[in-house]
Design a protein around this ligand. Structure first.
Ligand code: NDP
Length: 332
């Protein structure tokens, strides 16, 4: 089978040479383990952070080891009593065609409720990130204005739709006309700004006549800076990510936030989805409920073929994906 290893720590924007395809035998499950054939791999911007040798909330990838992320796969051999051949599971597994996993590393998924890949998007880590960051930290209230950056991506597209469910005015910021059209026409956002062609501070001023009560931060940089002057009193800022800075070689220096936070008595709070692990069940039930009621929809950009996994990852930094970026490795 083929595997993908990290062989260099990327300097700036990752390049293909930072990764290597290697051949390895398919593992043999021992007692208490299953062998899983990989069907889908999640490629995520946060993995870029794990490629640096710095201490963070998740340890860095070690060089010359297989990269791992969210995976959906099918059990092909089971030495676990409550798993059988054919079961579809998800877990944090390797970028490889087959994985051996223990019970604690996987859980079964219900493909009657949603297609398997949805467990890497709306019913997976990114759906939960949107749910908890927005509702727990953002605390959106009816009639308020919510702005979300990275709005047409996996997390952002869910944030905007959940904010609509909560009765707010939703403004999305994204990087193409196709994406802003999608936000307004498909997802029901009230306004959307193309940061690549529009003057973001001016467009935000126009789209948010009553100021901004919640800013769900996914990108940082100049887009984040443009929001601060428009914060209303007691605004909330869930700081989820800062993709615009992930490939910076030098420290990112932007607007100093302090005076804006003081002026607006705003709350800015960083978080990782793992902070809410005790409440994942609640989040998944809510997301699944909205999905079934047709209150949220989701898009996936599926790249076909294991051999294209690295391209799919690199494409995240070019904005090639609408909704969740996923690699399809094999048919279920
Ligand atoms: P997305 O599906 O949003 O994919 C990344 C998107 O980011 C691209 O499609 C692109 O869209 C946008 N982007 C890329 N480069 C830039 C740039 N320089 N400036 C502005 N936008 C850019 O990924 P996710 O939904 O998985 O992640 C969104 C954010 O949430 C990331 O910052 C990620 O690290 C963070 N995150 C945090 C978690 C947590 O626990 N705190 C968990 C999961 C994700 P466009 O065309 O609009 O530029």
């Amino acid at each position: 089978q083929q595997q993908i290893k990290l062989v260099n720590r990327p300097v700036g924007t990752p390049v293909k040479e930072d990764f290597e395809f290697t051949q390895a035998p398919i593992g043999e499950p021992a007692e208490g383990e299953v062998l899983i054939r990989t069907n889908y791999i999640s490629v995520d911007p946060y993995l870029r952070g794990r490629m640096n040798d710095v201490k963070s909330y998740v340890p860095p990838f070690e060089l010359n080891t297989v990269i791992s992320s969210g995976v959906v796969g099918q059990v092909v051999e089971s030495k676990l009593p409550n798993y059988e051949k054919g079961d579809i599971v998800t877990g944090m597994l390797g970028w490889q065609q087959y994985s051996v996993a223990k019970e604690s590393e996987i859980r079964k998924i219900d493909t009657k409720l949603a297609p398997a890949s949805a467990y890497l998007s709306v019913l997976g880590m990114t759906g939960l990130t949107a749910y908890f960051g927005l509702l727990d930290i953002g605390q959106p209230k009816e009639g308020e204005t919510v702005v979300v950056s990275g709005a047409a991506g996996a997390v952002g597209s869910m944030v905007g739709q959940i904010a609509k469910i909560k009765g707010t005015r939703v403004v999305g910021i994204a990087g193409s006309a196709e994406k802003t059209d999608y936000l307004i026409n498909e997802l029901g956002f009230d306004a959307a700004i193309n940061y690549k062609t529009e003057d973001v501070p001016a467009a935000l001023g126009k789209a948010c006549p009553n100021g901004i009560d919640v800013y769900y931060e996914n990108v940082g940089g100049e887009i984040g800076d443009a929001v601060l002057p428009l914060l209303n009193k007691f605004a909330r800022i869930p700081v989820c990510g800062a993709i615009s800075a992930y490939n910076n070689k030098e420290a990112d220096v932007g607007l100093r936030v302090q005076s804006y936070l003081i002026k607006s008595s705003a709350l800015m709070k960083g978080f990782t989805v793992g902070d809410y692990s005790e409440r994942f069940k609640e989040g998944l039930e809510a997301l699944a409920g909205w999905l079934q009621e047709g209150k949220i929809q989701y898009e996936e950009t599926i790249t076909e073929g294991f051999e294209n996994t690295i391209d799919a990852f690199l494409d995240l930094f070019k904005g090639a994906n609408l909704g969740k970026a996923i690699v399809k490795v094999s048919e279920i």
